[in-house]
Ligand binder design. Structure first.
Ligand code: 6PG
Length: 234
């Protein structure tokens, strides 16, 4: 491990349903704490496919939903209703309809316009109570990719072009915006993520490493990659 990963809490959980249950438990705990303290809960959702089971489980739980506000860490620039949009699984699992407020990124407006429209919402919501992140096989997170800008001094939401993971045009919260949260939960499952997880633990400056290293709050990683963690004595 290295300095940046030492402060992370690592959870090795095997099985898709068990990973989802663990994540749902962490979200529920954070929600209860935030609502207890400030009568509201703000949650930034991860995209991709990994979190879908957790979103479906979460939608079935009993929460003070009227106090929940859902945001997105990133979105793909596709038409509304496109099944490849990150918001699609949040709507399909019913989670979008349970929360009191749901703020999809207007990615159909294109990277520049959509980012400009979403930024004021993010600025008004920060600091978040919880940010969920996934990780790609190249160590990207949200739509912050290796070799692309991770931050912007002027904005908390940025346009992304030429993303190596289709579609090429996306919108992403910046590293600074994603770090501005009481807690970050990263969900990393599947053998295909083992190499990027190893590189992260080896200290490579992957986007996921840079985002979590600069977090203002607690960072937890829920993963099923037991062997990788064992080689780093975690
Ligand atoms: C996206 C996501 C992206 C995702 C990772 C992991 O738009 O694709 O925001 O950051 O979280 O690529 O994706 P999987 O969960 O599908 O492996």
């Amino acid at each position: 491990m290295n300095g940046a990963t030492e402060k992370i809490r690592w959870f090795v959980i095997e099985g898709q349903q068990a990973v989802a249950r663990t994540v749902v438990g962490m979200i529920s705990e954070a929600a209860a704490s935030a609502i207890g303290q400030r009568d509201a809960f703000s949650l930034v959702l991860a995209g991709g496919s990994t979190p879908k089971v957790a979103y479906a489980q979460l939608a079935e739980t009993t929460q003070q939903w009227e106090k929940w506000s859902l945001y997105y860490g990133d979105e793909r620039c596709l038409p509304p209703g496109d099944p490849e949009r990150n918001s699609h699984m949040v709507i399909e699992t019913g989670l979008a309809h349970r929360a009191g407020r749901h703020f999809p990124i207007p990615a159909e407006r294109g990277p520049q316009q959509g980012a400009a429209e979403y930024a004021p919402l993010v600025d008004a919501a920060r600091p978040f109570d919880m940010v969920l992140l996934g990780m790609g096989e190249d160590g990207h997170t949200a739509s912050l990719f290796p070799g692309h800008p991770l931050d912007d001094a002027q904005a908390s939401v940025i346009p992304v072009h030429d993303a190596p993971k289709p579609p090429p045009d996306r919108i992403s919260l910046t590293a600074t915006a994603l770090q501005d949260s009481t807690e970050i939960i990263v969900i990393v499952t599947g053998k295909e993520k083992a190499d990027a997880l190893r590189r992260w633990l080896d200290g490579e400056a992957l986007p996921i490493a840079q985002v979590t290293a600069g977090a203002i709050g607690r960072v937890s990683v829920v993963t099923d990659q037991r062997e990788v963690l064992e080689t780093f004595s975690i």
